[in-house]
Ligand binder design. Sequence first.
Ligand code: HSE
Length: 298
Amino acid sequence: MLSVRVPATSANIGAGFDTFGAAFSFYNTFEFDETENGKLTIRGVGKKYQDKNNLVYQAMQKVFREVGYKPRGIYIHEHTDIPVGRGLGSSATCIVAGLVGANILAGSPLSMDRLFELAVKMEGHPDNVAPAFFGGLVASVMTPHKTFYIKEDISPQFSFFACIPDFKLPTVKARAALPKSVPYQDAVYNIGRANMTFLALSRGLPELIGVAVNDKLHEPYRKGLIPHYKEVTHTARRMGALNSYLSGAGPTIMLIAEAKNTAFPDKMGRWMAKNLPEWDFRRLKQTDYGVAVKEVGR
Ligand code: HSE
């Protein structure tokens, strides 16, 4: 049996809307096996996810169809730690695991780059699936034929904290809040900041994070969907965070601090526990590693 572990990912990172994402060491793990009984067996999830519409299984089918592989039966066991619908890439973990797991069951006919292409097509944008595959901080550019990406590691000078609300925000709803077009100067605002964010995070330039990790393409339109957004982001800055951003389509708010600021997690954690006890406040450690596979006994 195979075990496929996929990291949580945080997309956008301020100005990098639909193009940037980073991996964090907080995982969903999926076990896969081909069985003789001709059935689809899915464990570890609620009854309504145990059929052919399951996203992991859908991803597996993409590979099987592409390579013409016909498995007898399929066994999937999902061990999920990443909360669903919170902007931390849980659906990307399902897609990446399903593609990678199916490819190995089929004898590894497809390259990692081909699996990445299939993942981008399924998800519609590359910002979560790219770091889920490759780890680190990834910037991607989609073209009709291929998605290009560049990966850097995030400097250990930074620490990240997730403020995870106790409600879901479906990506479709968060995308419906976006306008059809944006002013020219807002696009220019983001171009400079996206460049600066990528380089500041990888090179370890904390003094640039305060100005760089800001966005005019999606956060202004979405923050109204997240109660306490303003309080959390203002408090974080007041308590010493370098900046904050909406993780993916939200509702999780990510805080970036200097790793050497060891007082910040305690201060912010206390404020969160007192003011938003139903939210989960946790440190997420950046990781340079993406999807990982190992053989396990059954
Ligand atoms: N970048 C997407 C969005 C979410 O902000 O809508 C993650 O794919």
